[in-house]
Design a protein around this ligand. Sequence first.
Ligand code: FES
Length: 121
Amino acid sequence: MSYQLPGLSALTKPGLLPGFRVSKDQLTTIVPIAVAAALSTYLLTRYFSGQSSPKSKVNPSINKDSPKVVHSFDIEDIGNKAVYCRCWRSKKFPYCDGAHAKHNEETGDNVGPLIIKKRND
Ligand code: FES
């Protein structure tokens, strides 16, 4: 006794590969399978890469062995101007090194630094 899923018999009909002639019956089987495979691959890739997930991580690489990354500065030590990274891509973190520009270009994001400066009175 053999059982075949409805529509899969179309895949065994002659003419599927030689000359790439595909009948309408075969197409109605192939297209949904291809769409399901492509969609599954896309969703699994997004899920496992952690990208575009509402729970994705902000920090990709800085002090990952620490449970929390915290920096503290005395206001007197800042000087006239300090530029702090908010994109978590700077090689000089917590200071901005301009890496946000590449991140924004690659992702369509719009992050930029926090600039603290003394007012010129
Ligand atoms: S490098 Fe991160 S905000 Fe500039």
